[in-house]
Design a protein around this ligand. Structure first.
Ligand code: THU
Length: 528
């Protein structure tokens, strides 16, 4: 069980097109993370060290280098019929949306605009998709002359109201937004109504910091609601509060860019809390993805990766860190819209087993997992991964028992030296082996290597512990021979791999790194 979960959303950092991308107007070649890696600004040494290259579809990143603990990894698929920020975050928090949020490529329907005008007492200008800076340049003067409101949208599900602060005081603009929010219900439930105030003289109008989002409430109970109801803390950093319309949040921390978001998250890691710290790093999407700025995106990723290295050191034994994304926004493709992509999931923590969870069918598995890790009973749309993630309870003694049982099967008619081995895979399975001798002595197979063979045959390739039971009166313990050490080296993190020996009475515990220092990992030879 975790005390604190940090869930960081790298806004738009997809890892490859989903199979249904064509339904969303996208092409199979979209791959945000892959495409930013081509930039000279790109650097990903921390996530690579954590083993992100083990993730489905991310093999190109290369194997973990530099030692240290690995993350559990998964590739997450979006099940919702949408690819926007709101729907992506809702799905992460356990709410799958069967329909996309409505968009208005031809503007809002007349009856909606009429109702809005009736309630605000003001006319409406524009009413179509428009760039935010161009819309005030093109309609600003008429707005000032008539007092009519500039209403526009974008490729996203947004109803935006631009008004000069001297014409419409800010409080009144917010009130108009609340009116729109009330009218935009049912089939017209847009994701966000946004106040877009501006100041200045034509043609030098500038938008002010008083932009404000009025978000749609999630249609059912989210992870955040469930955590709050169970008395956990939910600390929201960045636009999380907006995305959930302020619901299910015990503390909201505003942040305007990635640097601020990361610094605030580091600060929160110094504090005691019991629950979730949910962070959105927005620049990847807003500053780089939508602007097709590959180098900017790559540099922002490098900055995150560097920050992460330091953040990992702040984690406490009962913490879990999860890193994911809400959709893609490939800066290298022709369009500037979001892209329908798989997202990454890295899970890090002392209590987390570095399993490879393959490809998961829905982002909502994250929400279910967070609830589980924080000990909150909640049934959202997802399936929890907590059991696979949390270290199994296989103790050294259990592993030694399995090795002892395997020893009974040893075939050692020439030496009379029976050996049993038990190998623990990172996903908690135990594989055993015994030595199998041969009249041609050199053909003999050791217990450890026979366990490795059985494990690999069953699909296990990452191990975290090995127990060996053998020995005689003359030599009480049987440490793995050189060949077995080299064989194990291929399939584990040598610093973390525990090797437990027993003579039936006493135990000796080593790491593989101690038994085979400076081993040959063969990375230079790998082609996959
Ligand atoms: N043996 C193992 O099974 N594992 C080791 O690491 C050391 C040696 C076996 C092989 C052979 O059957 C017998 O012990 C004597 O060398």
């Amino acid at each position: 069980m975790a005390e604190r979960v940090f869930l960081i959303v790298l806004d738009s950092c997809g890892i490859g097109a989903e199979p249904d991308c064509a339904d969303f107007g996208d092409v199979p070649s979209n791959n945000t993370f892959r495409h930013i890696s081509a930039s000279p600004e790109f650097s990903a040494s921390t996530v690579r060290r954590l083993g992100m290259g083990r993730m489905d579809g991310v093999g190109w990143l290369g194997g973990p280098t530099g030692g240290g603990p690995l993350a559990a990894v998964a590739r997450m698929r979006e099940r919702s019929r949408g690819k926007d920020t709101t729907i992506g975050h809702w799905e992460i928090a356990g709410v799958v949306s069967p329909a996309p949020l409505p968009t208005y490529p031809d503007g809002f329907p007349a009856e909606l605009i009429e109702a809005f005008s009736r309630e605000t007492g003001r006319g409406v200008l524009c009413n179509k998709p428009y760039s935010g800076t161009e819309v005030i340049r093109d309609y600003g003067q008429r707005h000032i002359a008539t007092g009519d409101l500039i209403v526009y949208t974008s490729a996203d599900s947004v109803f935006q109201i631009a008004a000069h602060e001297d014409v419409v005081p800010i409080g009144q603009l917010y009130e108009y937004c609340r009116i729109a929010r009330r009218l935009l219900k049912g089939e017209h439930a847009v994701g966000r109504v946004i106040a877009r105030p501006f100041v200045g003289e034509y043609p030098n109008y500038v938008r002010t910091e008083r932009r404000h989002d009025f978000s749609l409430e999630p249609p059912k109970e989210t992870l955040l609601d469930a955590l709050c109801a169970a008395g956990r803390d939910v600390i929201a950093v960045g636009k999380i509060t907006d995305v959930f319309a302020g619901r299910g949040i015990t503390e909201s921390v505003a942040s305007h860019n990635n640097g601020e978001g990361m610094a605030l998250t580091s600060g929160i890691a110094e504090r005691d809390f019991h629950g979730l710290c949910f962070v959105n790093l927005v620049d990847f999407d807003s500053a780089y993805g939508h602007r097709n700025n590959v180098d900017g995106y790559a540099a922002a990723f490098a900055a995150f990766d560097g920050w992460l290295d330091g953040f990992l050191k702040k984690l406490r034994p009962d913490d879990v860190l999860m890193i994911t994304a809400d959709h893609g926004c490939d800066p290298a493709d022709a369009g500037t819209d979001h892209t329908r992509e798989y997202t990454p999931l890295l899970v890090i923590g002392d209590g987390i087993r570095p399993v490879d969870l393959g490809t998961r069918p829905s982002f909502s598995d994250i929400g279910a997992t967070v609830a589980d890790l924080l000990g909150v009973a909640w049934k959202g749309d997802g399936v929890s991964m907590a059991e696979e993630l949390t270290r199994g309870d296989v103790s050294d003694d259990e592993l030694l028992d399995a090795a002892r049982a395997a020893r009974a099967a040893a075939y050692a008619p020439y030496s009379g030296h029976a050996v049993g081995a038990a190998l623990l895979s990172e996903d908690g399975r135990i594989y055993t082996g015994c030595n199998v001798e041969n009249a041609a002595y050199g053909v003999t197979v050791c217990a450890e290597r026979s366990a490795v063979t059985a494990a690999v045959r069953d699909g296990a390739r990452r191990f975290c512990a090995l127990a060996v039971v053998g020995g005689t009166d003359r030599e009480r313990f049987t440490p793995p021979c050189g060949s077995c050490r080299q064989t194990l080296y291929e399939f584990c993190d040598p610093q973390a791999m525990r090797i437990v020996l027993s003579d039936g009475k006493d135990k000796r515990v080593y790491t593989l790194d101690e038994l085979l220092p400076a081993g040959f990992g063969g990375l230079a030879l790998k082609t996959e």
